[in-house]
Design a protein around this ligand. Structure first.
Ligand SMILES: Cc1ncc(COP(=O)(O)O)c(C=O)c1O
Length: 386
């Protein structure tokens, strides 16, 4: 039996040594490493500006804080996403207006966006679901027509390219996550990238109490002023040290993910009882976060039995995401959503199983997962696969 955890960060001697060097010194925050990591991330994505933050959620919150989002405002939010995408809007007292997913990719259904826009709409947020890029030209055309800010939630999109340009650089800004199971990790952590200097400059202040100068810019230590409200959303030096080392491995991580994904996809696509979401399309390059298989009707109600059998065979699974956000209790109660709303997001949430393609796994693991998915389906259907 193989051991296939869903996520397992790859942390080497380089990361450990880099962390140790930080701990041997006295600068744990406000140091040079956060800026070095910003520089490296900007270079990797070819972003004009990068602002390190304590998480993707913090980055999303800062995006709306920058925008001055307030009670009475609305933001278009995909129904099929992590709750953070919507919570960031709620933090500002504004209302997320959910739009269903398209069935073939899980990305926001762009054709439904305009019907959800009202005079109160201030922004469109999109998520590159599982790393598959959203058609950003279409999003930008709608945003331009209605004069809306565009926030790209890129939590799963390191290595996602749309028309050859990295995710996060198509809208006004893009927010990344370095949570442990992501493409690279800093334990917790995040990054915002943007083409706009004024956004980057303001976010650098707003992520650190609204203080008017960085520690490096202070001529007299301890003397500064506060010119705006701000949070404490900084990435610390230990996290930055880790990020600097992880980003050096990123190309190899992404190559392994794609190889694993292709092998898993090829093996699973011949199984009649499942549907696979579309993972590439011409100029759309995925970051291959994981492979989400959707169980067809005849076996869908056996999802947890299939998961149990996979787990018993050493295969860790996940679900992206367990419920459409409007079905989560907080949103259901606050806005009165019913469980039959958002049918496509529901189809994915309630019928899917996510399998890992992360770089701690290899092609033999992929073949093993293909076989075990087949076995599990055979077992639940009690018939033999040819
Ligand atoms: C689409 C999406 N947005 C935001 C987040 C939150 O990221 P973080 O944990 O870095 O705040 C996640 C986490 O998985 C996510 O999947």
């Amino acid at each position: 039996m193989r051991n296939i955890p869903f996520g397992k960060p790859i942390i080497g001697k380089e990361e450990k040594d880099a962390i140790a060097r930080v701990l041997e010194g006295t600068t744990f925050v406000h140091g040079p490493l956060a800026h070095e990591f910003e520089h490296d991330f900007a270079a990797y994505t070819k972003a004009p500006y990068a602002v390190s933050v304590s998480s993707c959620t913090a980055g999303l919150h800062l995006a709306y804080f920058y925008l001055g989002l307030k009670a009475g405002d609305e933001v278009i939010v995909p129904a099929q996403t992590h709750v953070a995408t919507a919570h960031a809007v709620e933090f500002c007292g504004a209302k997320p207006v959910f739009v269903d997913a398209e069935r073939n990719t899980g990305n926001i259904d762009i054709d439904q966006i305009e019907a959800a826009i009202t005079p109160r709409t201030k922004a469109i947020s999109i998520v590159h679901f599982l790393g598959m890029p959203v058609d950003m030209d279409k999003i930008n055309a709608i945003a331009k027509k209605h004069n809306l800010f565009v926030v790209e939630d890129c939590a799963l999109a390191i290595g996602t390219y749309y028309n050859g340009i990295h995710a996060g650089l198509h809208g006004d800004l893009g927010c990344y996550s370095f949570y442990p199971v992501k493409h690279m990790t800093t334990t917790e952590g995040g990054m915002v990238i943007t083409k706009h200097e004024q956004i980057a400059t303001k976010l650098q202040r707003q992520k650190a109490f609204g203080v008017d100068r960085t520690v490096g810019e202070r001529k007299v230590p301890g003397i500064y002023d506060v010119t705006m409200l701000g949070y404490n959303y900084r990435l610390n030096e230990v996290q930055a040290a880790m990020g600097i080392e992880q980003i050096k491995r990123l190309d190899s991580f992404l190559t392994t993910r794609k190889q694993n994904f292709d092998a898993l996809y090829t093996g699973l696509k011949e199984i009649d009882e499942i549907t696979l979401l579309q993972s590439s399309n011409g100029q759309f390059q995925s970051s291959y976060y994981c492979l989400s298989l959707v169980l067809n009707t005849e076996v869908a109600d056996k999802r947890f039995e299939i998961v149990k059998q996979l787990n018993e065979m050493g295969i860790g699974t996940s679900v992206y995401y367990p419920k459409p956000v409007p079905h989560l209790q907080y949103y259901k109660e606050k806005y009165g959503f019913t469980e039959n709303s958002y049918p496509n997001a529901s189809w994915i949430s309630y019928n899917s199983i996510a399998l890992s393609v992360a770089p701690h796994l290899n092609l033999e693991d992929m073949q093993y997962m293909v076989n075990e998915v087949k076995n599990a389906i055979v077992k639940v259907k009690k018939l033999v696969y040819a």
